[in-house]
Every structure is written in C-alpha cells, then in structure tokens.
Design a protein around this ligand. Structure first.
Ligand SMILES: [Fe+2]
Ligand SMILES: [Fe+2]
Length: 282
C-alpha cells in the first residue's frame, strides 16, 4: 500500500496488534518440542538468529545517535520495533531451552559482551560519518533496514522448510508476521525518502552496492554468519532464486535501485565459496 508521508506509515504500523503476545507464547505446547526430531546442525543457525534479534537494542541505541534516529517519526517506530525484536530472540531462546540448549539468566548480557571491540570502533566511525551526511543518510538507513528485515523473514521461511519442526514453524510464522510489518515500515519510508532527491538515491545505492553484508556479520562474526547463510541457503539453487524474487526484485522497485543485485550476489557467493562450513551430516 503506498503511503504519502512517514506519519501515515507510522499510524499504519501502530494500528497493528502484536502477534507475539503473552497469550500466544503461553499457547505454545513447549513440553512437546522434544517430541519431534530437530537436525542438530541447525542449532547454531537458530542461536545466530536469536543473537541477532537480541542485539537489536544495541543497534537501536546506535541509531539514536544519528540524524535518522533523531527523526521523531522514525524514533517512535524504533521504540516498538526494538521491543518486538527482543521478544523474537527471547522466544527462540525458549525453544532452544526446550531442545536442551540451556542458557542461564545472564544469557542476553553474555551475547552483548561477546560483540568484538572492532565492531564498536567501526560503529562509532559510521555514526560520525552519518552525522556528517545528515538527513540525506536517512534513505540509506531505511533501505538497509528494509533489506535486513526482508532477508530475516526469508531466513525464517527457510528455517521452517529445512527443519520441518511443527512447533518451531508456529513460532516462526508468528515472528514473520511482525518482520513483515517492519519491512513495510522501512520500505515505505525508504521509498518516500528516496523520492525526495537524487543525492539520497545515489548515496543509498552506493552504500548497498558496495557495503551490503548479511545482518549480524559484523556484530557476531564472519564464521557464525557464514555457517548460518550456508546452512539456510546453500545446497538449494531454488532458495537463492526465491531470495532474489522476494528481496532483490522488491528493492529493484525503489527509486534509483534498478538492477542492483548485491544482496543475491553476496548470499550466493558466500554459499559457493564456503559450502564446506556446513557439514553434510553430524
Ligand atoms: Fe525479529
Ligand atoms: Fe524485524
């Protein structure tokens, strides 16, 4: 649905009820998780997904230091977005616990503590640069956000398909509904911002084309990122084709983004070059 202003997009987002309510979480038959088989090779992938979600409050804090995060409409969106993403991580952790992957009460701060110093230095540099670029960088942030949300939803769809676990499917389908709302917010605001001027379009395209990386790669490390990407999208050309259709072709319709395929290219390259990181079996 096309929106004419950021405020309209925010009103639409805020009118949506949450999918992952306490009632929904209580309705999950947690005690039955172990009744179904689960491929152990997918556990590190689920842990990666959980940690990406949990680190959202760190990304949120970083964004608040930029002109994008100081925009009143975007910052209002981010307050709820940050809460929703953390719930996703918590629910995935509950599923892992039921599978026998125990975590103690401090698990969330452990995830944050493991983020490398290099990441924080790099982020401080990027924040300084985005402050220099000012509001012109908002379109880039929003486009990047839309891409990350879309690839996240596609990753969850792949996890449902590969794992074949009915309870995980129920959880992830609910998460995907919230991810789709996030995508719609980012994508719609990106479209409005990109339409404003050619400089914003060139900047956003340049950044996406040259610096696209899968979500979590810099905060959780290349090794974990590769394992998860190969585990989800390797070994099946149809998965890459699907990613191309649902992410790259959607980005293609944004102003200034015709024939920009860095997302499909990056994921396909990772799968081709690092196929061996995901074992054929355990
Ligand atoms: Fe999420
Ligand atoms: Fe999301």
């Amino acid at each position: 649905m096309p929106f004419d202003s950021k405020e309209e997009v925010l009103r639409w987002y805020e009118s949506r009820p949450r999918t992952l309510t306490d009632d929904f979480i209580d309705s999950i038959p947690w005690g039955e998780v172990r009744r179904y088989p689960f491929d152990r090779r997918l556990i590190p992938v689920l842990e990666y997904m959980r940690d990406v979600e949990i680190l959202t409050d760190m990304y949120h804090k970083e964004l608040r230091g930029t002109p994008t995060g100081r925009d009143p409409v975007i910052s209002k969106f981010m307050e709820r977005w940050g809460v929703e993403e953390v719930t996703h991580g918590e629910v995935i952790n509950m599923f892992l616990n039921e599978l026998g992957i125990r975590t103690d009460t401090a698990w969330k701060s452990e995830v944050r503590k493991k983020v490398p110093l290099f990441y924080h230095i790099n982020t401080a540099l990027i924040t300084a640069l985005t402050n220099l670029a000012g509001r012109r960088f908002t379109a880039t942030h929003m486009t990047f956000g839309a891409v990350h949300e879309m690839t996240t939803a596609q990753s969850y769809r792949r996890m449902i398909e590969i794992s074949g676990h009915p309870i995980l499917k129920r959880i992830l389908k609910a998460i995907i509904i919230e991810e789709s709302a996030h995508t719609n917010f980012y994508w719609s605001v990106a479209r409005l911002e990109l339409r404003k001027n050619r400089t914003a379009q060139r900047l956003a395209r340049f950044v996406l084309e040259n610096f696209y990386y899968p979500v979590g790669q810099s905060s959780l490390g290349r090794a974990r990122c590769r394992y998860s990407v190969v585990g989800l999208f390797g070994n099946d050309p149809a998965a890459i084709e699907n990613l191309n259709r649902t992410v790259t072709e959607r980005v293609d319709s944004l102003p200034g983004f015709r024939e920009m395929n860095s997302v499909t290219r990056t994921i396909a390259d990772l799968c081709r070059k690092h196929a061996e990181v995901f074992p054929a079996q355990l």
